[in-house]
Design a protein around this ligand. Sequence first.
Ligand code: GLN
Ligand code: ZN
Length: 780
Amino acid sequence: MTEQTSVQSTPFPSASILGYPRIGRRRELKKAVEAYWAGKIDAAALDTAAKEIQLGTAKRLQGLGLTEAAAVPGTFSFYDQVLDAAAHVGAVPARFGNLLNAEGQLDIDGYFTLARGNKEQQPLEMTKWFDTNYHYLVPEIGPETNFALTSNRIVEEFEYALANGVETRPYIVGPVTVLLLSKASDDAPAGFSPLSRLEDVLPVYTALLEKLAAAGASWVQLDEPALVVDQDTPEQEIQAAVARAYEVLTAAATRPQLFVSTPYGALNGQLGTLAATNIDALHIDVFKGEVPSAAALAALGAKTLVAGVVDGHNIWRNDLQASAKKIAELQKSVAKLAISTSTSTQHVPHDVEEEVQLSEQLRSWLAFADQKAVEVVTLAGLLTDAAAVQPAVDEATRVIASRAAAEGVKRADVRARTAALTPADFNRSEYAVREAAQEEALHLPPLPTTTIGSFPQTSEIRSARARNNKGDLTDEQYEQLMKDEIKRVVDLQEELGYDVLVHGEPERNDMVQYFAENLEGFDVTVHGWVQSYGSRCTRPSILWGDVTRSAPITVKWAEYAQSLTNKPMKGMLTGPVTILAWSFVRDDQPLGETANQVGLALRDEIADLEAAGIKIIQVDEPALRELLPLRKADQSAYLDWSVNSFRLATAGAADATQIHTHLCYSEFGVIIDAIDGLDADVTSIEAARSRMEVVHDLESHGFGRGVGPGVYDIHSPRVPGEQEVTELLSTAVKHVPSRQLWVNPDCGLKTRGYAETEASLRNLVTATKTVRAELLEAAK
Ligand code: GLN
Ligand code: ZN
């Protein structure tokens, strides 16, 4: 006899959420973790802070109605959930040496070392989690990785909550997803696939499950979002891995019931694979995905289907009536049904009620994590007593209808303008014509030097903004301080010998929020922080209505900066796709329509910048890659609207106006056609860390316009040497015609300090001079 029979009697909670924000309502975790890193608090104090957050969350979710056993997910993390999984199974790269302590465990310091690196070692690579703005750490796995249960944290967290009266549902990223998201370690042979280590990692998961069963967990959540994405690994290979993984895990001698979650999209082919295993509950995303066919659902048999009907990724109030329809549909075909969110709510802020500065109307349209928990509870009520929840359903229907009719949501002036657009509005003249006009207007030297826009945001700048917001500095005083800063940045660039200058963006708190605050159709939050990675949070703006520009936004700053120099001053704007990607965007119309509205607002701004004498305008699109849909079939439609919105923003510019764009990543090959389609005159991209690999893509694609592959990695405090930059540039000129080449850092400098920035920027100019001289010599 095993304990399995006794735990299996607990039904899956009828109302649950896949995960909850862990940073804390007032970013308590951020503060505690950063204090620990700075040596201001010790490990015990950090642990206490973490426990307070965990228990606070558990009690709050219970209070909101998640009262059944295992309804509260144990999704706390000190840094990242993928790192947590790696830390539990012993996926510690050999290059770190032995990070395990005497007990064979990865303690909190070892854990943070993987996340943040140390003096000698780079941390694990970081990359975006599915189609979100959250970043996870990429485990490194090789043939030698020694899998073992190297952490007990998930078990301890469960025990702590249980001792305090809450039976949580332990969470860990599942084995197939962990391996699919991992990369081969440095010492692995060519062609090695981490998935080939599945057999070796499964016993560690089994051991963990046995421990959790012994601790009293009735359900465990294994998160397998990688199954909703088109992977490079062949589909059959993934199916085999899923079947094998859950065959092994469900065969554990003692185990909690297994709940597999598959957020971020439709499960497609893997639904049948999972249905054929012995897992006890399966989550599918029916918010983004469709309700599967009756036949597909019937295959689930006695398993509980956990329907993700409430969107965990965006902030709009759920259309309970539409959700009720899906639930009714599902009820026809499944034996046991439970209600949940489509994804973890880690992507949304905690609580709408905190945003007292927002209008009551706007607040009524929104649901943050706490409101989503309540929505799930309401919808679960449909399973038992539909009449009792009908008033809540009706209220949601009423609010959603009032949202559609509310002032500002659909503006006739904006709609008339987008309706009148013709293909000509998206096209500029031939590049050759523009190139000639720009040469005439700008007279730039070969290999022109420039920067990406921002200069270091010093504490003086931040504190001036804070004092201005509080009313301790008048707007005039604040403006003067910003002008002083702009002058300092312009003088510095003159002194260093840059060819195309920037004003440094001191007046911008954030490259998206700044525009959101100055456009109609947006609102911003005060406490709406969401975790981006580790202790870093962003505060996305809310794009709820039709977007227009009521007055120029950047013109006075650009004009002032241009008045300080005879060199060309770049006007600096954030592009439509990035404004959408880093905001919470209205869900009541296609994204492409919203993007065109933003595009038109930027088009007006560009016209005003031109009228003010600005000859070069950069429209940043660092998020172009990020919004790329997970399924290949959806990608071309996305690339169409995203590229078009950029073209709409920029195509009104005169031939002689040079349009730049900037993208923040180096996986250029994937979307090079789209980047080409933007039709910018000059494109700057990241390249320093990948040692100029991108120039091969540019060469084979025959990229024909200006391009600035970054030669200074601004994500690190390291100063690139003059020699190093010279070598990078020499590599670049071998593959890209020198008349197309620009010299610039990888990204904006706002997170850097002045000392390293100045030294680095100086080396860029000296290296450029060397390479220019070589080019002259070679031309003789
Ligand atoms: N112009 C912005 C800056 O320099 C671009 C930042 C970005 O690409 N993320 O900060
Ligand atoms: Zn960038």
